[in-house]
Write a protein that binds this ligand. Structure first.
Ligand code: SF4
Length: 464
C-alpha cells in the first residue's frame, strides 16, 4: 500500500539485503525479527516492542533464518493492507516458522488463522504486554547482567524519549467488571533491582521520562512481602514508596500510573513535593458513590477520597490528578450518578476519562441486576463530560501566564508538540510552541511561558 510506514530496511528480515546485515548479537543471545506494516502509530508500537525486547536482553535480527521468532506488526485498515499483512505473515512462516502477529489486523484473529492456522500468537493493536508474553513463551529471555542490555549505540531504532516501565503483572482484586485477574493471574511483582536496572539502562540510552505501570501500582511488592533487594551499595525494599524514591534518583521524569487511594499513597506525596517524582497521580477511581464502589468490588472502596485528595494537595499543591470513571454501572441510580457529579465538583480533578459501562465476556458484572438502559448511559456520559470539561477548561485557563517545564514530543514544520508535567503521553493534553521552535528536538526539556489555553491543551513561548 502506498505511503506505508515501515521499519528501516536494515532491520526488516523481508527487506534487508544480506550484505548489509550487521550481527551485533552476543553468543547465545535470543534474536527476534520484526516486520512492521501500517501507519506511523504502528511503527511506534513496533519501536516500543523492540526497545522493550532489547531491554530484556533480546537481539533484533534483520535475518529470517537467524531469528528465533518473527513478529509481524500488521495493518488491517483497507482490504489491500489486509492482503499485504497476510502475505507478510505467510512469508515469515515460510522463512522462519515461528511467527507472532500483532497490530490492527490482530483484532481479527479468526481471519488470520483462517489463512495461517500455524501462527504462534495473535494480539491486537497496542497490546505490548501480550506481544512480549508471546515472545517470552516462544523464546525465553536470556539477559546477561554483565553486558549493557540497551547500549546507547548499536540499537538501530532510537528508543523514544519516554518509555513504559512495568513493575508487576496480575492483580489480587476482583473488580466485578474486570477479567484481568482471570487472564493475568495474581499479583507478581518484579524484584526492585530488576526494575531499577531496566530504568537505568533506559535512561542511559536517552529515555527522559519513565511511565510506571502495572494493574495496581500501590500494591507493588505485596506478593514479595516487601522483601529487600540488593541494588548498588544498598538494599531496596519492594514497596512503591521505596521504589519511587530510588527511581527519583535517575535523571528522568517519573510518572506513576494506576495507583489506588490506599493510605500509604500519602507517603508518595512528599517525594512529589521534593521534585523526585512528577507531581502526578493516575488513580482509576471509577466512581464516587460508596454503594456503587461496593457493587463493583473496588479496592479501597471505603476510602474517604475527598479527604485524601485535600491532604495530598496540602503537601503538594501542584499535584495533577488524573482518573477514569464508569457511568451506567448496573444498578446505578440517578442519585448515585448525581453523587458522582457533585464529587467531581469538589475533587476538581485535572484530567478525567469516562466510559459507559459495557459487558465484557466473562465479567461477573454481566449478571448483576438492573442494567442501565443505553440511552440513560449516554445521557449520563454527556452530563459527566460537560462537567469535567468545565473543570479542565478552568484549570488550564489558570495556567496562562505561568512558566512551566515541558518535554518536547515532536517537532515538525508547524511547531513543537510538548507536554507539561501534568500530561502523560497518549492520554492527556499537549502544549504547543509555534514560534522559535526550530532548535528543539524530541526529548528536550525546556521552560515555556503559557499564553493560551483551550479545554484540553495549552500554547506557549520559550522562556527567554
Ligand atoms: S484492580 Fe480491579 S480493575 Fe484493576 S486489574 Fe485489578 S480487578 Fe481489574
Amino acid at each position: 500500500m502506498a505511503g506505508m510506514t515501515q521499519n528501516p530496511p536494515n532491520l526488516r528480515p523481508d527487506l534487508a539485503p544480506k550484505a548489509r546485515i550487521e550481527n551485533t548479537a552476543r553468543a547465545g543471545q535470543p534474536k527476534i525479527g520484526m516486520v512492521s506494516l501500517g501507519c506511523p502509530k504502528a511503527l511506534v508500537d513496533s519501536e516500543r516492542i523492540l526497545t522493550r525486547l532489547r531491554a530484556e536482553g533480546y537481539a533484533i535480527s534483520p535475518d529470517y533464518t537467524d531469528a528465533n521468532a518473527v513478529i509481524v506488526n500488521t495493518c488491517g485498515f483497507l482490504d489491500s493492507a489486509k492482503a499485504e499483512s497476510l502475505e507478510a505473515i505467510g512469508e515469515a512462516l515460510r522463512e522462519n516458522g515461528k511467527v507472532i502477529v500483532t497490530g490492527c489486523l490482530g483484532a481479527e484473529e479468526e481471519y488470520i488463522r483462517g489463512t495461517h492456522p500455524s501462527v504462534m500468537a495473535v494480539t491486537g493493536p497496542h497490546q505490548y504486554e501480550q506481544v512480549l508474553d508471546a515472545v517470552h513463551a516462544a523464546v525465553p529471555p536470556d539477559p546477561d547482567p554483565f553486558i549493557d542490555l540497551l547500549p546507547a549505540t548499536g540499537v538501530s531504532l532510537t528508543p523514544r524519549h519516554y518509555s513504559y516501565l512495568k513493575i508487576s503483572e496480575g492483580c489480587n482484586h476482583k473488580c466485578k467488571f474486570c477479567i484481568i485477574p482471570d487472564m493475568r493471574g495474581r499479583l507478581a511483582s518484579r524484584p526492585a533491582h530488576a526494575i531499577l536496572r531496566e530504568a537505568e539502562k533506559l535512561v542511559d540510552a536517552g529515555v527522559k521520562e519513565l511511565l510506571v505501570i502495572s494493574q495496581d501500582t500501590s500494591a507493588y511488592g505485596l506478593d514479595r512481602k516487601h522483601d529487600l533487594n540488593p541494588w548498588k551499595d544498598r538494599e531496596v525494599r519492594s514497596h512503591i514508596t521505596d521504589l519511587a524514591r530510588e527511581l527519583g534518583q535517575f535523571d528522568a521524569w517519573i510518572r506513576l500510573h494506576y495507583v489506588y487511594p490506599y493510605p500509604h499513597v500519602r507517603d508518595l506525596i512528599p517525594l512529589m513535593a521534593d521534585g523526585l517524582i512528577l507531581p502526578y497521580l493516575d488513580i482509576p477511581f471509577q466512581h464516587s458513590h460508596p454503594d456503587v464502589l461496593k457493587r463493583m468490588a473496588r479496592p479501597a472502596a471505603s476510602a474517604k477520597t475527598l479527604d485524601e485528595i485535600a491532604r495530598w494537595r496540602d503537601v503538594c499543591p501542584d499535584i495533577t490528578l488524573r482518573s477514569t470513571f464508569i457511568v451506567g454501572y448496573p444498578g446505578e441510580t440517578e442519585t448515585e450518578f448525581r453523587h458522582l457529579l457533585d464529587w467531581l465538583d469538589e475533587a476538581q480533578l485535572d484530567r478525567v476519562g469516562c466510559f459507559q459501562y459495557e459487558n465484557v465476556a466473562g465479567a461477573r458484572s454481566n449478571d448483576a441486576p438492573d442494567h442501565v438502559p443505553s440511552e440513560v448511559k449516554q445521557e449520563r456520559w454527556e452530563r459527566f463530560m460537560e462537567k469535567s470539561q468545565e473543570i479542565s477548561e478552568a484549570k488550564l485557563a489558570a495556567k496562562v501566564g505561568q512558566t512551566l517545564a515541558v518535554i518536547v514530543d515532536e517537532v515538525d514544520a508547524e511547531g513543537a508538540t510538548c507536554r507539561t508535567k501534568a500530561d502523560a503521553p497518549e492520554t492527556d493534553g499537549n502544549l504547543f510552541i509555534d514560534e522559535n521552535f526550530e532548535n528543539l528536538s524530541a526529548g528536550d526539556i525546556v521552560n515555556v511561558v503559557v499564553d493560551e489555553a483551550s479545554e484540553y491543551d495549552l500554547w506557549g513561548k520559550l522562556e527567554s
